[in-house]
Write a protein that binds this ligand. Structure first.
Ligand code: HEM
Length: 177
């Protein structure tokens, strides 16, 4: 079952077409969208994407907490694998890309990449993306039954996106410096 799933997930054509669509959309966004009329629309898309990204980033380590305690080969463990892979592939990954594309558009078009708050925010979002990478790698390890970390470890990891999100939102809304 897990073999079939990994095959289905690795469709290179779908991935290539998705990547091309995202690159084309980003270029169009950057060069053809008028900042005066589009600022609030792009910001809305940004916030919608952030909500989806964060929902996944908070839920995935929670799944790992329960998955870490499930017996290898059990129905429960196999179900967690499917849930984790689908959450990552269909929610977390696309939402992260849309957050980055719209965030960089806002930063460039509206703020010319200027402002201490913006630089600090981008740094924290890079850290958040690092956490994303770590969770993504962990989905792969869980899918191969190679997780060595305890449920307690995943409980602690669960707090990282929460803390980063709090500081990111304060930076962009309050703009303290
Ligand atoms: C990928 C890198 C990101 C960049 C370059 C970026 C940049 C920006 C910029 C320039 C704005 C417009 C600010 C304004 O109009 O005052 C904005 C809005 C916002 N961003 Fe991001 N952002 C990124 C990712 C994120 C993430 C990961 C979060 C949350 C976890 C986030 C939360 C927000 C919120 C809540 C707003 C709306 C603020 C408001 O309207 O007052 N952003 N972002």
């Amino acid at each position: 079952m897990s073999g079939n799933l990994s095959k289905a997930g690795a469709n290179p054509l779908v991935r290539a077409v998705t990547a091309l669509v995202i690159v084309a959309f980003s270029l169009w966004l950057l060069f053809h969208v008028n900042p005066d009329s589009s600022y609030l629309w792009i910001k809305s898309i940004h916030v919608i994407a952030i909500i989806s990204w964060m929902a996944g980033m908070l839920y995935l380590p929670r799944l790992f907490v329960y998955h870490a305690d499930a017996a290898i080969g059990s129905d429960k463990s196999e179900t967690f694998k499917i849930m984790e892979r689908r959450l990552l592939r269909y929610i977390i990954n696309p939402a992260m890309i849309v957050t980055w594309v719209t965030g960089l558009w806002l930063a460039y078009m509206m703020f010319d990449f200027k402002g201490g708050w913006l630089h600090a925010k981008i740094l924290l979002v890079v850290l958040l993306s690092g956490a994303h990478g770590y969770l993504s790698k962990s989905v792969r390890l869980f899918s191969q039954d190679k997780n060595t970390k305890s449920a307690k470890h995943w409980r602690i990891v669960n707090e990282i996106p929460t803390v980063l999100m709090i500081f990111i939102v304060i930076l962009v809304v309050v703009k303290p410096f």
